[in-house]
Design a protein around this ligand. Structure first.
Ligand code: ZN
Length: 158
């Protein structure tokens, strides 16, 4: 919906050539959003913002620990909550058990794999509306976001 959008179309896309934002850029972003660039905030933002991506708190935690760092689950959860509250990342609630954090903060559409929980961005040009409801009195649309839930095709009957 804006030019900031950059689709992350599939897990099979070639690995992003460009590195994510530099550490300096992330620190600057944190400042811009009124956040002190603590070590944990920088670390979590670095992982999540390295490329347009969707990650759960558990995946981010695993990534930090893979780097040999010791960090508690609560710290990662709290850090994500703060980053989302300040608009650096978006928290998407699709599954009550598991929030996914999206590094693309402009509204956009998703495929949601119900089996794996994976989210993938849909190219905005691939969706068009032929009909749109009248909005309730006094309201305007802030964003339109479509979620297409996916499941494996059922095998044909034998
Ligand atoms: Zn997304």
């Amino acid at each position: 919906m804006t030019s900031e959008y950059s689709p992350q179309l599939s897990a099979q896309s070639p690995p992003a050539v460009a590195e994510g934002p530099t550490r300096d850029r992330i620190i600057e972003q944190l400042h811009l959003h009124g956040l002190k660039p603590t070590h944990q905030r920088v670390r979590v933002a670095e992982i999540l913002m390295a490329a347009p991506t969707h990650m759960t708190a558990e995946q981010i935690l695993a990534e930090i620990r893979r780097g040999g760092e010791r960090v508690s689950k609560a710290t990662v959860y709290n850090t994500l909550k703060v980053l989302a509250q300040r608009g650096l990342v978006r928290q998407i609630h699709l599954d009550p058990e598991r929030s996914v954090y999206d590094s693309t903060i402009v509204p956009h559409h998703h495929f949601h794999d119900l089996e794996t929980g994976e989210l993938r961005d849909i190219d905005p040009n691939d969706i068009a509306f032929s009909r749109f409801p009248t909005l309730p009195e006094g309201m305007e649309a802030e964003a339109i976001e479509v979620v297409i839930r996916l499941r494996k095709k059922r095998p044909a009957e034998v």
